[in-house]
Design a protein around this ligand. Structure first.
Ligand code: SAM
Length: 443
C-alpha cells in the first residue's frame, strides 16, 4: 500500500495509531488536529452511538502501557523528551510519566509526518497540558510554539471549592518557520458596533476610516476582518450533531483549526479520531483527510456521519476505506523511534546500578573494551564511562555509556570522546586486532 495523499485520502484506519503513524511517509501531512486521551484517570469513557452500539475507551495510564522499545528509543535518541518525561514522572507520578512516554513516542512520529509548512493542534486540558507543552517544546522546539488556545465551552458547573473548570487547552505548534497560517481563514468579521467608524468608501467600494496621525497628517485605515483571539467561545456539541460518542468535540471547533492552518486540497490527519469530528470537518471544508482510531466501531461511525453531515447521496461505504492494517512507507525511511534492544523502563526516575549498566552494555557490545578492543577474562575488569564526557556536554543516558579497560579509561579521563580515544589508541598502536566483521559491529 502506498502512503501518498492521493491514495490515502478518506481513509480511516481502525488500529492503534503508532504503527499507522510509523507507516506514513515523512512530510506527507499538512495539518494534524487531534484530541488524544487527557490522562483523566478514567477506566472507561462510555457512550452509545446512533446505531445503538456501545463505545468506550480508557484514559488511565501505568508503565504497563509502555513498551520498552519506546523508552529505549526516547532514551537513546531524544534526550530532551526523555528529560521531560523523567521530570513529569518525578513531579506528578508514574501515571504522568507513563502517559507522556505513550504520547511522546506518537508525537515524535507526528512531527516526522508533518510537512515543513505543517501545523499541529494538540487538544488537552489542565490535567496534563503543562507537561504536554514541555513535551511539545522538546519535540517541535520552543520557537515553533504559536498559541495556547482556550476552548471555552461554558455550561453550568457544580464546583463549590474552586472555580468551575469550563475550558480545554489546545496547543498549537508549527513544524518550522514556514508553518502556514491562513490569515483570512483565521479571522472573524469586525464587530458590528465598530463598522460605523469606517464611514468612507473608496472607488473600489472598500470601506475605510480617515484617521488623524500624531503629526497632524491623515491615513486611511481599511475595514478588514480581524484575526481571532486565542480564546474561542464555542458551545459543547448539541442537537443533531450529537453522535453519542464519549467526549465528542464540536465540528465548529475543529473547522476553526482547519480553516486557519490549511487550504482546500491539503492533507489533514487525526490520529485519535474518535467519532471522526476532524475528518468530517475536513471533508466539509474540501480538505483531504486521514483518521485513525483504535475503536472498532470507528468505521461505521464515520460513514454514518458523512452520510448525515456531508452528503446523503454519496456512496460513503465504498468511498471511505477503513483498513485495519497499517500503511507501508514509500519513502524508504526509518521511523524516528525504531525498535532497539536492551534496557527496561529506565526512563523512570530510578538510578541504574553500575553492575546493571555493565551487564546491559555487555549485552549490546560484548565483553570488550570499547577503546582498544581488549577482551578481559572478567566483566568486572571493564569500567563504565561516558562516550562523550559530561564536561563536553554528554549525558547519563545509556546510549552515551561505554565499557573501557582501566588503561583506556585513564587515558580518556574527562577530556576525550570515545572516538578521539580510539584515534589515539590506533595512532599509538595499542589497538587489539579485530576481524573485519567485529570492526563493522563495533563502529
Ligand atoms: C478524546 S477521544 C477523541 C474524540 C474526538 N475528537 C471526537 O470528536 O469524537 C480520544 C480517542 O482516542 C482513541 N484512542 C485511544 N488510544 C488510541 C490509540 N492507541 N490509537 C488510536 N486511537 C486511540 C480513543 O478510542 C478515542 O476515540
Amino acid at each position: 500500500m502506498t502512503t501518498n495523499s492521493a491514495t490515502l485520502n478518506r481513509t480511516l484506519f481502525v488500529s492503534d495509531n503508532l504503527p499507522v503513524l510509523r507507516g506514513l511517509d515523512s512530510e506527507s501531512v499538512d495539518l494534524i488536529a487531534t484530541d488524544p486521551p487527557f490522562n483523566k484517570n478514567v477506566k472507561t469513557f462510555e457512550g452509545t452511538t446512533r446505531a445503538g452500539e456501545r463505545v468506550s475507551y480508557k484514559d488511565i495510564w501505568t508503565w504497563g502501557d509502555v513498551q520498552t522499545d519506546w523508552t529505549n528509543a526516547i532514551l537513546a535518541d531524544h534526550p530532551k523528551l526523555y528529560s521531560v518525561i523523567q521530570g513529569a514522572n518525578m513531579a506528578a507520578g508514574d501515571d504522568m510519566g507513563a502517559f507522556l512516554c505513550w504520547m511522546g513516542v506518537r508525537v515524535l512520529e507526528m512531527h516526522r509526518v508533518l510537512s515543513r509548512r505543517g501545523s499541529i493542534y494538540l487538544h488537552c486540558d489542565s490535567t496534563a497540558s503543562h507537561y504536554l507543552k514541555a513535551m511539545m517544546d522538546a519535540v517541535f522546539g520552543r520557537e515553533n510554539f504559536r498559541n495556547e488556545i482556550a476552548w471555552c465551552y461554558g455550561g453550568r458547573g457544580l464546583a463549590r471549592r474552586w472555580f468551575n473548570k469550563k475550558h480545554d487547552i489546545i496547543l498549537y505548534y508549527v513544524k518550522s518557520e514556514d508553518g502556514y497560517f491562513n490569515v483570512e481563514g483565521a479571522s472573524r468579521p469586525v464587530a458590528q458596533e465598530h463598522v460605523g467608524r469606517y464611514n468612507k468608501v473608496d472607488e473600489d467600494g472598500r470601506r475605510y476610516a480617515r484617521i488623524k496621525n500624531k503629526d497632524g497628517s491623515y491615513s486611511n485605515i481599511y475595514l478588514k476582518d480581524v484575526v481571532r483571539e486565542d480564546w474561542w467561545e464555542i458551545p459543547y456539541v448539541r442537537g443533531n450533531e450529537v453522535t453519542g460518542y464519549p467526549t465528542q468535540k464540536p465540528l465548529a471547533l475543529y473547522k476553526r483549526m482547519i480553516e486557519a492552518s490549511s487550504d482546500p486540497g491539503d492533507m489533514v490527519l487525526d490520529p485519535f479520531a474518535g467519532c471522526a469530528t476532524t475528518c468530517v470537518a475536513a471533508e466539509q471544508l474540501g480538505r483531504h483527510w486521514i483518521g485513525v482510531d483504535i475503536n472498532e466501531q470507528a468505521g461505521d461511525i464515520i460513514r454514518d456521519r458523512l452520510q448525515g453531515e456531508v452528503s446523503a447521496s454519496m456512496a460513503w461505504h465504498s468511498i471511505v476505506s477503513t483498513p485495519t492494517e497499517p500503511p507501508v512507507r514509500t519513502d524508504g525511511g526509518d521511523a524516528v523511534a525504531p525498535e532497539l534492544v536492551v534496557l527496561g523502563q529506565t526512563v523512570r526516575a530510578k538510578r541504574v546500578p553500575v553492575s546493571e549498566l555493565r551487564r546491559l552494555l555487555e549485552a549490546d557490545h560484548g565483553m570488550r573494551c570499547q577503546g582498544c578492543g581488549y577482551m578481559p577474562p572478567f566483566l568486572d575488569y571493564l569500567e563504565v564511562d561516558h562516550k562523550k564526557p559530561k564536561s563536553l556536554g554528554g549525558g547519563n543516558e545509556l546510549s552515551n555509556r561505554t565499557l573501557l579497560c582501566k588503561p583506556c579509561n585513564l587515558r580518556k579521563s574527562n577530556k576525550l570522546t570515545l572516538s578521539q580515544l580510539r584515534d589515539d589508541r590506533e595512532r599509538e598502536g595499542r589497538m587489539i586486532d579485530l576481524a573485519w566483521w567485529e570492526v563493522e559491529r563495533w563502529k
